[in-house]
Design a protein around this ligand. Structure first.
Ligand SMILES: [Zn+2]
Length: 491
C-alpha cells in the first residue's frame, strides 16, 4: 500500500476538535490523486455534500461567494460558477467543492484494530466518547477510550456522562484533538494521550506507536518489563472454551474464534524477571497443562510445585487474563472428582501428550470412542493387584484355612481429547491421514480394510503407542482378508 502523506494525519488531528470537522477540496488539493478515496477506504474520513460557497481564486480579494450550478444543455454535467466583482462569472472546478469529514466511528475502529484490542468498539456518548476495547499495556490490563472535543466547554458534562469510562479501574483516554486541562476531571484523571503524539502510518494503514504509548504510561514506574506484552485481540463474547493454546518449544500460539497470534515466551509475558533469563515457573506450569491435555493431576508435578500449586494456578489465571483480556469466565478450575486442575480452554504442547496409563496396562484394557465431531474419548480399565484376606472352607480336615490371596481391583482412567491435540487433525480440525484412519477404525467397530503398508494406519500406530505408552502395536493385521483389527475396544 502506498502510504498517504503524513499531512493527512496532521489534518485529521487538527480538525478533530472542530465543530464541523471538515476538509475542503482546497485543503487536500496538493495531495496525490486518490488520497481521499484511500482515507475513506480506511474509514478515517467520509465524503459529505458539496460546499455551497467557495473562496474566489480569480482575484486577490479572497471573497467568499455562493456557488451557482448550471446544467445546460439539459442532461449535461453541472458546471459551477461564482461571480467576482473584478472578473465577472468565474468557473469553479467541481473538485474544489468536494468536502470530507472525520469519521470518528471509523477512526475508533482503526485504532482498536491497530492496537489489537480485545472486544468490540462501542459509542458511549454520541459523537464524543467511544470505548475501544481492552489491552494489556505497560504491564497493566486497561480499558481504552477515544474522545473528541475535550477542550469544549461541555467536555466536563460529557465525561460525567461516560459511565463506562468512570467505572473503568484502569483506563487510557486517547484524545483525537487536544488534551484537556486536568481540572475538567471530577475525580482522578485517567492518563490522557493525544493521538497526534502516537498515531503514524504503517504498511497496513493507521498505526499507533505502542512503544511510545508504553513509555508515556510507564514513566514513574520503578519496574519496567523488558519487552512490551502485547495482549491478544480477543473477539467480543469469547469464553475460555473458545480458546486454544499451543505450547511450543519457543513460544505460544493463541487461537480464538478464527483469530490467532504467535508469541515468544517473552512477549507472552512468561519470561523470568531480573537478570536470570528463560521461561518462568508459570510457563512450566502451562507446559505441564499442555502435556496433560488440560487436566493436570497433583501427582503430575514435582513436590515443590505441588506445595504451591494453588498459588501458581492463581498466578497463571491472572497471567492468562492479561494475555487474553475481556473473557469473563474462569480459565482454570479445580476438579474435585479428579483431584486435578482443569483448563476451560483447549491446550496442547509440542512435547507429546501423555495419557496417564496405569502400569502393565495392555491394549485390551483400552477403549476408544468418538466424542463429538472433532474429538475422541479414551478410557483404560486397569486391574491393580492388592492383597485380601480369605478363608477357605474345609480342606478335608474340617478346618478353615486362613490365607492371603491377591485380588484385583478395577479402576478406570478416562480422558477426552480433540483430534488436533493428538496431532490427528490440522488447524481447521480436518483429520489428517492418521486421523482419518482412526475415524474409519472407530466407525468400522474396530476393523478397517486397508493395505498392510497404509500410511495412515502406520502413522496412527505411532501416535497411539506414544500417547498411551504401550509398546505393542494397537492393531493386528489379518493377512488373510487384508484387514486391520484393533486390539482395543471401540464401544
Ligand atoms: Zn474574485
Amino acid at each position: 500500500m502506498r502510504e498517504p502523506p503524513e499531512e493527512c494525519l496532521a489534518l485529521i488531528w487538527s480538525r478533530a476538535d472542530a465543530r464541523e470537522p471538515r476538509f475542503s477540496g482546497d485543503d487536500v488539493a496538493a495531495w496525490p490523486d486518490g488520497t481521499m478515496a484511500q482515507l475513506a477506504g480506511m474509514g478515517l474520513v467520509r465524503e459529505v455534500e458539496n460546499a455551497t460557497s467557495v473562496v474566489c481564486d480569480a482575484c486577490a480579494d479572497a471573497h467568499v461567494e455562493e456557488v451557482m450550478l448550471i446544467t445546460s444543455p439539459r442532461g449535461s454535467t453541472p458546471r459551477a460558477y461564482i461571480s467576482c466583482p473584478e472578473n465577472g462569472r468565474v468557473r469553479v472546478p467541481i473538485e474544489r467543492l468536494r468536502q470530507w469529514e472525520v469519521d470518528f466511528t471509523g477512526l475508533a475502529r482503526a485504532i482498536a484494530s491497530a492496537l489489537e484490542l480485545a472486544g468490540n468498539v462501542e459509542e458511549i456518548v454520541s459523537g464524543r466518547v467511544w470505548f475501544l476495547g481492552k489491552a494489556t499495556i505497560a504491564a497493566q490490563l486497561r480499558e481504552i477510550f477515544l474522545a473528541c472535543g475535550l477542550t469544549w466547554e461541555d467536555a466536563c458534562d460529557v465525561l460525567g456522562k461516560s459511565a463506562r469510562l468512570n467505572a473503568a479501574r484502569t483506563s487510557i483516554l486517547l484524545a483525537a484533538g487536544e488534551v484537556p486541562p486536568e481540572r475538567i476531571w471530577q475525580g482522578d484523571a485517567p492518563p490522557v494521550v493525544a493521538l497526534k503524539s502516537v498515531g503514524t502510518w504503517s504498511e497496513t494503514g493507521l498505526s499507533v506507536d505502542r512503544g511510545h504509548l508504553e513509555s508515556l504510561l510507564s514513566s514513574g514506574r520503578k519496574k519496567k518489563p523488558a519487552v512490551p506484552l502485547v495482549s491478544f485481540p480477543t473477539p467480543a463474547g469469547t469464553t475460555w472454551s473458545d480458546v486454544r493454546l499451543i505450547v511450543k518449544y519457543t513460544g505460544l500460539r493463541v487461537e480464538a474464534k478464527g483469530k490467532h497470534k504467535d508469541y515468544t515466551v517473552e512477549s507472552a509475558g512468561f519470561e523470568k524477571q531480573g537478570t536470570k533469563r528463560g521461561p518462568n515457573r508459570l510457563w512450566l506450569l502451562l507446559k505441564a497443562f499442555g502435556m496433560h491435555g488440560g487436566l493436570l493431576p497433583f501427582k503430575a508435578v514435582d513436590a515443590k510445585t505441588r506445595t504451591n500449586l494453588k498459588q501458581y494456578v492463581s498466578d497463571l489465571r491472572k497471567q492468562l487474563t492479561a494475555l487474553l483480556p475481556g473473557i469473563e469466565d474462569e480459565s482454570v478450575s479445580y476438579d474435585k472428582g479428579e483431584k486435578a486442575y482443569r483448563t476451560a480452554f483447549r491446550i496442547s504442547s509440542d512435547e507429546s501428550l501423555q495419557f496417564p496409563t496405569p502400569l502393565n496396562a495392555s491394549w485390551t484394557d483400552v477403549a476408544i470412542a468418538r466424542d463429538g465431531d472433532t474429538g475422541i474419548r479414551i478410557a483404560v480399565t486397569a486391574r491393580e493387584k492388592f492383597p485380601v484376606s480369605a478363608y477357605e472352607e474345609d480342606d478335608g480336615r474340617g478346618e478353615d484355612t486362613h490365607r492371603w490371596e491377591a485380588a484385583e481391583r478395577e479402576g478406570t482412567v478416562e480422558r477426552a481429547y480433540d483430534l488436533r491435540m493428538l496431532r490427528l487433525a490440522d488447524e481447521q480440525d480436518h483429520p489428517n491421514h492418521a486421523g482419518q484412519a482412526l475415524l474409519s477404525v472407530l466407525s468400522g467397530e474396530g476393523t478397517v480394510r486397508r493395505d498392510a503398508d497404509d500410511r495412515g494406519m502406520l502413522d496412527l500406530c505411532g501416535v497411539l503407542t506414544k500417547l498411551m505408552g504401550i509398546d505393542d502395536s494397537p492393531f493386528r493385521f489379518a493377512e488373510y482378508d487384508e484387514k486391520w483389527v484393533a486390539l482395543f475396544d471401540t464401544p
